[in-house]
Every structure is written in structure tokens, then in C-alpha cells.
Design a protein around this ligand. Structure first.
Ligand code: F3S
Length: 63
């Protein structure tokens, strides 16, 4: 499982990196970024799905 952020949609709401800090970080302007290549390690599937469902811009997808 991998997560991806559509940079064109992200508005910097920050819920992804609040809810799943092992999977997402923020850039200098508060926009979300995946950590590493976006791979979701075992045990992180739940926070990954939580981030997807809580992004108001629907900017996160699971691949
Ligand atoms: Fe951006 Fe959504 Fe995260 S708007 S900062 S991807 S919660």
C-alpha cells in the first residue's frame, strides 16, 4: 500500500500529518508531503485511511 498527495488539490489543512505523522510531513508552507516514497508500513494502514477520509480537499489517495 502507498499513499500519494495530489499537490494541485492540497490546501494545507494539515490533517494528514496530524493524524498520520509517520506517513506525512509538511513543507515550509504547511502543505502535506508523503514521507519517503509514500509506502505504508505494516500497522499504518489505519492511519493512512484516516488521513484519506479526513482530508477536506480529497487530496490523498491510496495506491
Ligand atoms: Fe493537504 Fe489534505 Fe493534508 S489539504 S495538508 S493533504 S489534510
Amino acid at each position: 500500500m502507498k499513499v500519494r498527495i495530489d499537490a494541485g488539490r492540497c490546501q494545507g489543512h494539515g490533517r494528514c500529518y496530524d493524524l498520520a505523522p509517520d506517513l506525512f510531513g509538511e513543507d515550509d508552507e504547511g502543505y502535506g508531503q508523503v514521507i519517503g516514497d509514500g509506502s505504508v508500513p505494516p500497522g499504518e494502514e489505519r492511519p493512512a485511511r484516516l488521513a484519506v477520509s479526513n482530508c477536506p480537499e480529497r487530496a490523498i489517495e491510496i495506491l
